[in-house]
Design a protein around this ligand. Structure first.
Ligand code: IPM
Ligand code: MG
Length: 360
């Protein structure tokens, strides 16, 4: 399995190191045949090469079976032009590799249910999957820009656009995922106002009728969904939605679980995928060995699960990681972001070591 490793900026570097240590251990145990190569991405790539996604990094990602990414961005690069901001690297990778299906699971570990700002009974046992469309919609639609009008004022604009095939393929991903879970899909749109999502709703409905009638499908407006996620999140199994709605709702879903430091993600196009924690580069805590590596480590588990090149043992290796996380949490070890009274506070490297130790 060819693995492209892009640690990026801020805590990305520390958390990816821990995930790599764990992968090395699993490679030993299961003979996964991992060949990994590192490259720069984001702000550090801009500093070194003048671009957040240098040609060599893109090429490495294109040639790999899977990509493990840490995080990009930081205060240092905030003043840069949009075209070379660290975030452009993420959008560039998504666009160039056509990674249209973004899977963001939000799972509440019972050991952590009290770390959430939401009452335990509302979120205990929560297990939802946000399927976010990732290469279309308002993020990529054209025309876009900021222009100066004849009277000297300015006009900024973006375009929200979806085509039938784009909606069909993401709907299929959601229905297929639901079949392996609780068999329910909620498609989230704003069909009462936006024509683009009126089409979204129509196409999702048709795909459902044609091929997935065994799956329970419902539709919800995005504003209501934002509310329902707080009111009764356990009503959801799979949520499928547009690029921008998915960006917002997945952060909300993340916070239900207590810490964004726990959430992994996969961005897929067929068998190829980019795996990254949902959290960002957290420059305020970078380099202090206090970041939570679990989101990245769980992203590595998704990588093993979804990459065919990991071979038959990939599934077992992924289970090992999930079990190790469960055990370490049950044993009371916590990084700062999820620490509560009476628990054992550990740093990033120590958390990584504890997890690795629990893999025989
Ligand atoms: C995410 C992030 C990105 C997005 C940014 C950093 C470009 O918020 O992955 O959710 O908006 O997609
Ligand atoms: Mg986001």
């Amino acid at each position: 399995m060819k693995l492209a490793v892009l640690p990026g900026d801020g805590i990305g570097v520390e958390v990816v190191d821990q995930a790599l240590a764990l992968l090395a251990r699993l490679d030993n145990k299961y003979n996964l045949g991992i060949e990994s190569e590192k490259a720069l991405v984001g702000g550090c790539a801009y500093d070194a090469h003048g671009h957040p996604l240098p040609e060599a990094t893109l090429k490495l990602a294109q040639d790999a079976d899977a990509i493990l990414l840490g995080a990009v961005g930081g205060t240092k690069w905030e003043g840069l032009d949009y075209s070379v901001r660290p975030e452009r690297a993420l959008l560039g990778l998504r666009g160039e590799l056509n990674l249209y299906a973004n899977l963001r699971p939000a799972i509440v570990y019972s050991a952590l249910a009290d770390a959430s700002s939401i009452k335990r009974e509302i979120i205990e046992g929560l297990d939802i999957l946000v399927v976010r469309e990732l290469t279309g919609g308002i993020y990529f639609g054209k025309p876009k820009g900021v222009e100066t009008l004849p009277d000297g004022t300015e006009r900024g604009f973006n375009t929200m656009v979806y085509t039938t095939p784009e909606i069909e393929r993401i709907a299929k991903v959601a229905f297929e995922a639901a079949r392996k879970r609780s068999n329910k899909v909620c498609s989230v749109d704003k069909a009462n106002v936006l024509e683009c999502t009126e089409l979204w709703r129509r196409v999702v409905t048709r795909v459902h009728q044609e091929k997935y009638q065994d799956v329970e499908l419902s539709h919800m407006y995005v504003d209501n969904c934002a509310m329902q996620l707080l009111r009764n999140p356990k009503q959801f199994d799979v949520i499928v939605t547009t690029n921008m709605f998915g960006d917002i709702l997945s952060d909300e879903a993340a916070m239900l679980t207590g810490s964004i430091g726990m959430l992994p993600s996969a961005s897929l196009c067929g068998s190829k995928g980019l795996y990254e924690p949902v959290h960002g580069s957290a420059p305020d805590i970078a380099g202090q060995d206090i970041a939570n590596p679990i989101a990245t480590i769980l992203s590595a588990a998704m990588l093993l699960q979804y990459t065919p090149a990991a071979g038959e043992n990939g599934q077992a290796a992924a289970r090992d990681i999930e079990n190790a996380v469960q055990r370490v949490l049950d044993e009371g070890y916590r990084t700062k972001d999820i620490h509560t009274k009476g628990m054992k506070l550990v740093g990033c490297a120590e958390m990584g070591r504890l997890l690795a130790e629990r893999i025989e």
